[in-house]
Design a protein around this ligand. Structure first.
Ligand code: UT7
Length: 332
């Protein structure tokens, strides 16, 4: 059946906690240096959520979205929350955000796809809109990465930060705007090099798992880097080709913010100069499911992303999960 609607982004919102952890702070807690961090990752500082959980950050981002888009919280039909740092295994963080943000008529659920979580949730939310049965869907990415970071492990602690960001999806009959296409992948073999080993059904929490520090992020950075740099660029080029686009057509590449070197390599493969790549990794580090909507929100609010702009969103993360989306911006 021919599609009648596309899902347009009609609102954005974000929350970044005030507390800043800069590179100089990390020099005092692990054997590292500002020069190493900035040259290997592009990160200068990241945020820390001192009081509150992922749902508190998510609810603040959603409230910002509702306020700035003039949307009544009771009009929201569905909320999909992308996170790997849920407040609890259950209930879902989406339930807690809906409660805290007053989404009285919404149902919702969590989606776990690590750094690709926002793209996976965006594609899912768009399908509800395209069905014609849903009028207002919120997709929120929220991760309190500090809750699973080992601050004695210099390989990982310098990389991650806390934040949340959300978009509102509504139907548009203009099939040349909104979310046009997505290509998403998973490969469970990647679970060996990027994971949190304990706390799930494979290795429930025990004194031993705590003693062995198995409730923290484990990453073999070099192994992930190699696959990420190729995976993100390949899928971003694939989305261009599937939609008969070249790098010249793209107003902004909006990449997941894990490492500036991965972002640069992706932009180069797509033929997009760095002036047309959204970058805020220097301020926030890797906030997992929040990086892409944070970029969308900041660049839109700064007047840089404009109505009609052709955007390519791209991500790579734990799972492995990866993908790219072609989105035409709908907000004035
Ligand atoms: O978002 C989810 C997906 N994740 C990613 O996309 C992350 C992918 N990986 C990366 O971004 C990079 O691999 C890292 C930034 C994590 C590491 O950069 P790298 O250039 O791959 O460094 P490396 O892991 O090869 O380590 C090089 C050296 C090692 O020392 P030796 O073995 O050569 O003596 C590390 O021990 O750098 C050392 N090192 C550090 N030195 C100072 C590792 N972390 C640090 C640190 N400060 N914080």
């Amino acid at each position: 059946m021919a599609k009648k609607f596309n899902a347009a982004v009609t609102g954005v919102g974000m929350f970044a906690p005030e507390k800043i952890l800069d590179n100089e702070y990390f020099e005092t807690i692990v054997d590292t240096s500002h020069e190493w961090i900035i040259s290997r990752t592009g990160i200068k500082e990241r945020r820390l959520m001192e009081n509150g959980a992922s749902s508190d950050m998510g609810a603040k981002a959603v409230k910002d979205l509702l306020k700035t888009s003039g949307t009544n919280p009771e009009d929201i039909d569905l909320i999909i929350c992308a996170t790997v740092t849920p407040d609890m295994f259950f209930p879902a963080t989406a339930c807690l955000i809906a409660h805290k943000a007053g989404l009285k008529n919404a149902w919702g659920y969590d989606l776990s796809a690590a750094c690709s979580g926002f793209l996976f949730a965006l594609e899912t939310g768009a399908k509800f809109i395209e069905s014609g049965s849903y009028k207002k869907v919120i997709v929120v990415g929220t991760d309190k990465m500090s809750s699973i970071v080992d601050y004695t492990d210099r390989n990982t602690c310098i990389l991650f930060g806390d934040a949340a960001s959300a978009v509102l999806l509504e139907p548009t009959e203009d099939l040349n705007s909104g979310l046009i296409d997505s290509k998403l992948y998973v490969d469970g073999k990647g679970s060996e090099v990027l994971n949190m080993k304990a706390g799930g059904s494979a290795l429930p929490a025990s004194h031993e798992t705590i003693d062995k520090k198995l409730h923290y992020i484990y990453q073999d950075g070099k192994a992930v880097f190699k696959v990420a740099v190729k995976g993100m660029a390949d899928v971003a080029v694939e989305i261009l080709e599937r939609n008969n686009l070249t790098g010249d057509d793209v107003a902004w590449l909006v990449p997941h913010q894990a490492n500036l070197r991965i972002i640069d390599a992706t932009a180069q493969r797509m033929g997009i100069p760095s002036e047309r790549v959204t970058i805020n990794i220097q301020k926030y580090g890797n906030t997992t499911a929040a990086t892409i909507p944070l970029c969308l929100t900041e660049y839109y609010r700064d007047g840089k992303i404009k109505k009609g702009d052709k955007l390519v969103l791209a991500a790579f993360g734990g799972g492995f999960t990866w993908g790219a989306s072609y989105l035409v911006w709908s907000l004035d």
